[in-house]
Each structure stands twice: as C-alpha cells, then as structure tokens.
Write a protein that binds this ligand. Structure first.
Ligand SMILES: Nc1ncnc2c1ncn2[C@@H]1O[C@H](COP(=O)(O)OP(=O)(O)OP(=O)(O)O)[C@@H](O)[C@H]1O
Length: 476
C-alpha cells in the first residue's frame, strides 16, 4: 500500500528514470534506512544503480563512527555500493563560526558532490518526509520568509549535474515507522533528535502533535499546499522574469541596472519577485541576510520623490538611485582597494577624479538651486570656509560639527551609525577646508556648514560653494 503510494508519487513527479544512478544520503536513522531499503526493492524493476553516501559528522565520537559502520554493513547485506567518510565537523564549526547544523549540512553536501561525480550520478535522493515538510513550512512562516521559500521543501530540484529528489515527502513519520516494522529493519537513533535545543525539534515535539490532533491528515494537507504554492510561485516567477527583462538597462555578473518608471508600473507582487530574481543573478543563492526589510527599503527608495539616493545592504550590495535608473551592484573587492585614494586639493571651480568610479566637482553659485543633479551634493556660504578644499582619507580622531548638535561628533561614530563596513571606511572621501573643518562625508553626512533645506535669502546676495559627488558606472 505504502509502496504503491511512493511509486505513484515518483511517477507523478517524474522522480526517476530507468537505468538511473541514484546516490542516497543515508544517516543510518529510520527515515534514510527506509528510503534506501525502498529504493532497493524497486531497484530491479527500474534497473537502478544505488550508491549509499554516509557522512560521520564526528559529533558523538565512537558512537557516530558506529553509525557509519552500521550503514556500511546494511549496504554489504543488500549488495549496495557504499561510500562513507568521517569529517571533522566540530573543527569546521570552530574555523568558520557557523552553527552545528549548517556545518553538518555543508560537509554533507560536499561529500554528496564528490560521490555524484565519482559515479556520474543522475539523482541524489534524501529521506525528508511529510512531517519534515510541515515543520519546515511553519518555521519559515514564523521566520517571515516569502515567495518560493514558503512552499517548503521541494520534491525535486536541479542539483549540479544531477537532480535532487525526495520520494518520501508523500509519507508521514508514522508511515515510515510502519514500513520499518513491516520490513523488520533496524536503524540507528541519534539522541540529539530528542533535544529541544533545535528549533526544528521544538516544532516537532510541541506544534506537530497539536496540529495532528486538529487534523490527523495535516501532513498530507501541507504537502499538497507545498506543491500548489510551488506551482503558483513558478508562474509568478516566470511573469516577473518577463517583466524584468523589459525594464533591464544593463546586466553584468556584479551589476544590474533597471529603469525605475517602467519597473514601478509592474504589479507590486512581481516587483518583489523581480528584486529576488536580481539578487539571484548577482549571488546565485539569495543571501539569507538580505531580508524582506531590505526589499522594502529598496522599494521605498524607488518611490521617494528625491531623485537620488544610496543604500548599503549586507554582502556588499549597494543600491543606487539616480533619476530613472536603479543600480544594484556588488562592490568588487578590487574596486574597494582602488577607492583608497591619496589626498587631493580641489580648486573652485574644478573637479577631481577621486577614484575611477567617482569625482567631486566644485563651483561658486549665487543662489541655491531648486534641484541639483548627481548622487549627493553640499552647499555652504563661501565666506564661512577657508580655501583650498582638501579631499582626504580619514585620520584617527577626526570630528565634524553636526546640525542640531552642540560640539562635534566623531567620524568613526558616524561610520558606525550609518553601518559603513570597516573595510570601506578607509576609502571614504572626507572633504575639509583649509582650516581643517570637515565639511562633508559624501553620501553619508553633511556638517553644520551645510545649507541644505535653506531658502535663498532674497535681500542678501550671497556667494555659495556647491560641491557635487558624481558617480561613474564605467561598465554600464
Ligand atoms: N550523516 C548523514 N550522512 C548522509 N546523509 C545524511 C546524513 N544525515 C542526514 N542525511 C540525509 O539528509 C536527510 C535530511 O537530514 P535530517 O538531519 O533532516 O534527517 P534525519 O533526521 O537525520 O533523517 P534520518 O531519519 O534519515 O536519519 C536525511 O533524510 C538523509 O537522507
């Protein structure tokens, strides 16, 4: 009965081909032992070549090595090819400062890659089941995930040159246990599955039993919902892709430019997905620290009446609005180095090319214009500053007067407040006058000398200094 259900599921989702090489991730626990056994029972019918891949995470010393021996032994008894490895995951955690679960997953997938390559594998089969699906979908909802991620664990997805499949998503944990009993299979028990330290275990132990009481078929319902959501997401992503292609102005591996007015005519749901697609172009996998809050900030920057603006996001992503163009760019490390510049003296009128990507322009003006071109600008009374103007890097102890604040503020604190990454601070241009008064940190902060927001005082004719930050995106 369960056999039939799994086979129907495999056929409905096209999870296998005849003659395929299937690498199965086997921990030795009940789920993956049941999956390996199930695939072994259909092996001849489908003419499959099976390879079991096991990773000993070295979390539990001798005990976890025994898991490896257990899986190896199971494979020998069933004439299944076995590949096993012991990986120093605790050492990996210490070196890379990641959680134990993330580290274990990274090490496992690295090993799967090697085994897939060695056997020229067509499929990587993992034993996630329908209860895992409920937990995953609920955890993602609670975390505030959005889009494809809300659809939970996919039944099938491309994986390197192979396809990752999860044939047991149609079975609940209880059904797998029944299968284990029917086939009289033994398996290993990982005691960490019982601990409430992990969020997944808390959902498994506290939320799932409650939901199952409300509806004994809740896992099937969630699996169905996952598949429906996945289809909807796919459709919306296809639409978003088409719309995005229409509004794109330029695209390289590290920089994407689109037309704001055209983008804003797209329905908001596709706008959000469009941004997701851009992030996928840039990073392949959307970085987990670029979240909905960032997408919202980006959308409000586009809506804001000011023609220019800049946002610094995690992972070196810089979003720049300049009139009708929005540029999302990963700041390349090489460019960062290049932006560490030597001091310059700025003549008025004049312009200095501070780095390949930007210059600062200076001129005298006799009235404050309504609108000023460029990404950022600074205006002050000519009489209040001493020439020449210098553009230099930061120095220890640099301070600046800030509007609405008595005294001065440390430049270092401004960098911290504005969340400027440490390695960008040395490259940030600091504009100061001949008396050593810091006037302006372009794109970041203006000093109390700034007249931004002031109207022209009609009775007094004044001379003003206008400084403009001009950015060049040479690759576009
Ligand atoms: N140590 C391991 N080596 C190889 N594959 C693994 C290992 N641990 C987990 N997997 C694979 O990844 C899947 C998901 O892992 P997860 O930790 O969520 O499951 P699990 O509770 O360990 O499952 P199981 O009951 O199979 O032990 C497993 O079903 C299995 O296919």
């Amino acid at each position: 009965m369960k056999h039939d259900r799994v086979e129907q599921f495999i056929e409905r989702h096209n999870l296998l081909d005849e003659n395929a090489v299937v690498v199965v991730g086997v921990s030795g626990g009940s789920d993956s032992i049941a999956l390996l056994h199930y695939l072994w029972t259909i092996k001849d019918k489908w003419e499959l070549t099976l390879v079991a891949a096991h990773v000993d995470h070295m979390f539990r010393g001798k005990e976890s090595y025994e898991d490896l021996l257990f899986v190896k032994n199971f494979c020998e008894n069933h004439s299944i090819q076995f590949e096993g490895i012991s990986v120093d995951v605790p050492g990996f955690i210490e070196k890379h400062h990641v959680s134990s679960q993330v580290a274990a997953r990274i090490c496992r997938y690295e090993f799967y890659d090697r085994v897939l390559e060695k056997y020229n594998g067509d499929y990587l089969a993992l034993a996630h089941h329908a209860d895992d699906q409920v937990e995953t979908m609920l955890m993602r909802m609670v975390r505030g995930s959005y889009g494809q991620s809300l659809a939970g664990i996919p039944v099938k997805r491309p994986y390197n040159n192979a396809t990752l499949i999860r044939p047991f998503l149609c079975l609940t944990k209880v059904e797998i246990e029944e299968y284990i009993e029917e086939c009289n299979l033994s398996f290993r028990v990982d005691p960490s599955n019982n601990k409430d330290d992990y969020q997944r275990n808390r959902f498994r132990h506290h939320i799932l039993p409650f939901l199952k009481k409300e509806n004994p078929n809740v896992s099937e319902r969630f699996q169905t919902l996952s598949e429906l959501l996945s289809d909807d997401q796919k459709l919306l992503e296809d639409y978003a892709e088409k719309e995005l292609q229409r509004v794109l102005i330029a695209k390289t591996d590290t920089r994407i430019v689109f037309a704001i007015n055209e983008f804003k005519r797209i329905p908001i749901s596709l706008q959000r997905r469009g941004i997701h697609l851009i992030l996928k172009y840039l990073y392949k996998v959307i970085p987990s620290n670029i979240a909905t809050i960032h997408i919202n900030q980006l959308l409000s920057l586009l809506d804001h009446e000011h023609p220019s603006g800049i946002l610094h996001f995690p992972k070196g992503l810089i979003v720049t609005k300049s009139y009708n163009q929005c540029i999302l760019a990963i700041e390349p490390k090489a460019e960062k180095k290049e932006r560490v510049f030597n001091p310059y003296t700025l003549a008025v009128p004049g312009e200095v090319n501070v780095a390949s990507s930007f210059s600062i322009k200076a001129e005298w003006i006799d009235s404050i214009p309504e609108k000023i071109d460029g990404i950022d600008f600074f205006i002050c009374y000519a009489e209040e500053i001493a020439l020449p103007i210098h553009i230099r890097r930061r120095k220890t102890g640099d301070r600046m007067t800030v509007k609405g604040m008595k005294g001065t503020k440390k430049i270092k604190d401004i960098f911290i407040d504005k969340k400027v990454p440490r390695d960008e601070r040395d490259a940030w241009p600091i504009v100061e006058d001949a008396n050593g008064h810091i006037l302006w940190l372009p794109c970041l902060k203006k000093s109390a000398y700034s007249l931004e927001g002031h109207k022209n005082e009609e009775s007094n004719s004044h001379l003003y200094l206008l400084l403009q930050y001009i950015s060049y995106n040479k690759e576009l």
